[in-house]
Design a protein around this ligand. Structure first.
Ligand SMILES: Cc1cc2nc3c(=O)[nH]c(=O)nc-3n(C[C@H](O)[C@H](O)[C@H](O)COP(=O)(O)OP(=O)(O)OC[C@H]3O[C@@H](n4cnc5c(N)ncnc54)[C@H](O)[C@@H]3O)c2cc1C
Length: 268
């Protein structure tokens, strides 16, 4: 598209779950939508996919009113997942079968004590029955299919600058000298949004590390998480294991715990 100019009724910048979800819903509601995405790896493709308001709201950097907004978002997932699976023709491994919190997570005030899952060392375990998970890699692929089916046009390109006129955004410029004109621009570029907004709220990147283990039989039925480590059994037979944040002892001790647990489970 070098040097060319496009125009669109709604322009969405970004290529992850958020940009695709907005594009899909707007197109389904009748808008003419263009997605501008640079094709780079999205956090969405690396995510564990936990839908866990109780745990996220207990984070020490969480905003005080975060829980209400996350709960509201979780309530919308049933209908969102149903519609997406229907429109894309593929399953996204969405389940609300509960999340097990171990020992220290009792501090988040969850209810329903349960027995500690076999093979796990923890003083206690708790079930948050209404929370769950989705497979974000499947959800992203489903959204790509669903947006394509709804006629969303995708342009591959990296937005470098928002174009403004009289204080209003009227489009974007891209790194190959092209431009896309639109008076309705949605910025959903994850951490990349920071570079396009000079006066927006500061986004702080947090790196999480994780790995996928292929299991003949998953050792867990639910998502199981402590304060530092989480296990997410996926429908494709993989177990997603991760630690919530990089750095310090919490990550290393978390890794040791999860490796020991997987070994015990795999080789009792
Ligand atoms: C290891 C890990 C585990 C996680 N686990 C969970 C979890 O269990 N539950 C949960 O809720 N969240 C989790 N998250 C967070 C979650 O993945 C993100 O909040 C979510 O995926 C963000 O989606 P997004 O669409 O906003 O951004 P992204 O998925 O990052 O997508 C942004 C896209 O926009 C593109 N882009 C950026 N700048 C530009 C530009 N200028 N022009 C064009 N395109 C651009 C990028 O290349 C990228 O493709 C996890 C994240 C990580 C890294």
């Amino acid at each position: 598209m070098a040097g060319s100019a496009h125009s669109s009724s709604v322009l969405i910048i970004g290529g992850g779950l958020v940009a695709h979800a907005i594009a899909w819903r707007l197109a389904r509601a009748g808008s003419e939508v263009t997605l501008l995405a640079d094709g780079c790896a999205a956090a969405s493709a690396a995510s564990a996919g936990m839908l866990a308001p109780s745990f996220e709201a207990a984070h020490d950097r969480a905003a005080p009113n975060l829980k209400a907004s996350l709960d509201d978002s979780l309530q919308q997932w049933d209908e969102f997942a149903r519609g997406l699976e229907a429109d894309s023709g593929m399953a996204i491994d969405y389940r609300r079968n509960g999340i097990v919190g171990l020992g220290e997570t009792a501090a988040i005030g969850v209810r329903d004590p349960i027995s500690v899952p076999a093979g796990v060392i923890a003083s206690s375990a708790w079930l948050v029955p209404e929370e769950g998970q989705v497979d974000p890699r499947r959800a992203l692929e489903a959204l790509r299919r669903a947006t394509a089916a709804q006629g969303v046009k995708t342009i591959v390109g990296h937005a470098t600058r928002l174009r403004e006129q009289s204080g209003r955004v009227i489009g974007v410029e891209t790194d190959d000298g092209s431009s896309v004109r639109s008076d309705r621009v949605v910025l959903a570029a994850g951490m990349g949004s920071n570079r396009l907004l000079t006066d927006g709220p500061p986004l702080v990147p947090v790196r999480g590390r994780a790995f996928l283990v292929r299991c003949s039989q998953s050792p867990f039925v639910h998502v199981v998480r402590s304060g530092t480590v989480y296990f997410c059994p996926k429908a494709d037979g993989t177990l997603y294991v991760g630690a919530t944040e990089e750095g310090g002892d919490s990550f290393l001790s978390g890794l040791r715990l999860l490796v020991a647990t997987v070994r015990r489970k795999a080789m009792p």
